[in-house]
Ligand binder design. Structure first.
Ligand SMILES: *[C@@H]1O[C@H](CO)[C@@H](O)[C@H](O)[C@H]1NC(C)=O
Ligand SMILES: *[C@@H]1O[C@H](CO)[C@@H](O)[C@H](O)[C@H]1NC(C)=O
Ligand SMILES: *[C@@H]1O[C@H](CO)[C@@H](O)[C@H](O)[C@H]1NC(C)=O
Ligand SMILES: *[C@@H]1O[C@H](CO)[C@@H](O)[C@H](O)[C@H]1NC(C)=O
Length: 184
């Protein structure tokens, strides 16, 4: 009798554990809804590339020139410390974007970005780290938010790029729609 009871209890216990893990799994899958970030920040990135005449205004510089592979600047590496503004004019910046991009495709304009957004204002203090491919042929491109510090401690999410304007060969603007899905 005791033996049967023991088996019965064991069965119940295992069933509860199984149901619990299913519920947890289903819940964890549901808890990331792409349309509902826990924080969203839309900013404009201004990249003003150093040339012979704009040293007072430039915010980025070519540190390795392109190679002879293809016609899309393959291999050109740019290091930047660019202003991030709330609108698409060169208004007072609310953050800096510091990092680099390089062109990496033989057949089209493609860049690879790795940079940190540095916030030091009354609104936000901290950093957001972003990396990924900027497939410039697409209207919008998603890069990964891989982490953060300060107000953005341990965050993760998506930074959606949209080219906002290319006034000349040495200045372009990108709208960065930063959606965070992990906020602590
Ligand atoms: C550089 O910035 C100054 C203001 O700081 C502005 O008057 C000038 O037009 C800018 N020059 C270029 C080439 O953007
Ligand atoms: C890169 O090479 C181009 C010509 O292919 C040249 O016009 C340009 O000045 C070079 N830039 C740098 C930073 O060396
Ligand atoms: C952040 O802002 C404060 C106050 O304006 C300033 O004292 C501090 O030096 C700034 N830090 C950085 C890293 O810019
Ligand atoms: C240098 O870059 C500025 C943008 O910052 C642009 O207005 C200017 O025409 C460029 N100069 C040359 C010589 O291409």
């Amino acid at each position: 009798m005791a033996q049967i009871l023991y088996k019965y209890y064991l069965f119940i216990l295992l069933s509860i554990l199984l149901i619990h893990s299913f519920v947890t799994f289903a819940h964890s899958k549901r808890s990331i809804d792409e349309t509902k970030p826990c924080k969203r920040i839309v900013l404009y990135y201004h990249d003003i590339l150093l040339n012979d005449t704009n040293i007072d205004n430039a915010t980025s510089a070519t540190v390795a020139n392109h190679t002879q592979l293809g016609n899309f600047k393959h291999g050109m590496l740019v290091v930047f410390d660019d202003p991030m503004t709330k609108d698409n004019t060169l208004s007072p910046p609310v953050a800096r974007a510091q990092g680099f991009y390089f062109y990496d495709s033989k057949n089209e304009y493609n860049a690879w970005y790795s940079y940190t957004l540095i916030f030091n204002s009354s609104e936000h203090k901290g950093t957001i780290n972003i990396m990924g491919a900027d497939l410039m042929g697409d209207e919008t491109r998603d890069l990964s938010v891989v982490g953060g510090t300060g107000d953005f401690f341990m965050t993760r999410g998506i930074a959606t790029f949209r080219t906002d304007g290319i006034p000349n060969a040495f200045y372009f603007r990108v709208e960065m729609d930063i959606k965070l899905y992990e906020c602590y």
